[in-house]
Design a protein around this ligand. Structure first.
Ligand SMILES: [Zn+2]
Length: 124
């Protein structure tokens, strides 16, 4: 019962957030938070452009979303797999263990750091 309530609340939050990101454009609306790291340093963080990418993605503009934050778009299938593995952790423990293998986590971290570095060098 408690787990079901959490799932329902998570879905409700995702739907509301999806509606907000669909209806309002983060590029032109002041309703969205801007990146503190960018403001303080002048450099993009790995997540910069994610809100605009989500807005573009919700409008079917995959290329635009990719331009705003390629890492987010590339990571979406991975995030979905992680959520799936977490959801079915008890029934599919091997999948959960494979998805959460230390090597994969380190590779993902390395990919984020590489993305962070390259996007500031090449202004992606
Ligand atoms: Zn940022």
């Amino acid at each position: 019962m408690r787990r079901s309530l959490i799932v329902v609340l998570a879905i409700a939050v995702l739907l509301v957030a999806g509606f907000i990101y669909y209806a309002l454009d983060p590029a032109s609306s002041s309703a969205f938070p801007s990146c503190t790291f960018l403001k303080l340093t002048g450099y993009k963080c790995p997540g910069c452009g994610s809100q605009r990418a989500i807005h573009a993605l919700l409008h079917g503009d995959v290329a635009g979303a990719f331009r705003y934050n390629a890492l987010l778009i590339i990571a979406i299938p991975w995030i979905a797999l992680c959520l799936y593995a977490e959801r079915w952790r008890v029934r599919k423990p091997r999948l959960y263990e494979r998805v959460n293998a230390p090597l994969l986590i380190w590779l993902f971290l390395a990919m984020v750091l590489l993305w962070w570095l390259l996007r500031n060098i090449f202004n992606w």
